[in-house]
Design a protein around this ligand. Structure first.
Ligand code: ZN
Length: 112
């Protein structure tokens, strides 16, 4: 399977700077913080999976700092087009949607 175009965005100097800047301002994993743990963030994760959307990809407000463990367990799955999508809940934290909910959200968007 061919690599999606956005994979190459991660290799750009622009992204390296964007990511470094975000992690400099937000040095701790937000998911570990939620579990009352203090872990250095290694990854600037897209809160809303960008799925190749350039606006979402470059939106500094759409980033959250994560450690490798949390990034690999959660974000990568969403980014690969997995069945689960995350949304930001009313408390400001990302919440996970069940496949059924994600599907109904998707239908709402496409029928708009
Ligand atoms: Zn973490």
């Amino acid at each position: 399977m061919a690599q999606p175009e956005y994979k190459s965005w991660y290799k750009t100097a622009r992204w390296q700077k964007h990511r470094a800047h975000h992690l400099a301002l937000n040095p701790l994993c937000v998911m570990c913080a939620k579990e009352n743990r203090v872990t250095p963030a290694r990854v600037a994760d897209h809160t809303v999976p960008h799925r190749g959307d350039e606006t979402l990809f470059w939106d500094g407000e759409n980033l959250q700092p994560l450690c490798f463990t949390h990034h690999n367990s959660d974000a990568q799955r969403a980014e690969r087009g997995g069945r689960y999508r995350r949304q930001v809940g009313v408390d400001g934290w990302a919440v996970e949607l069940s496949p059924e909910m994600a599907e109904s959200e998707r239908l709402k968007k496409t029928s708009r």
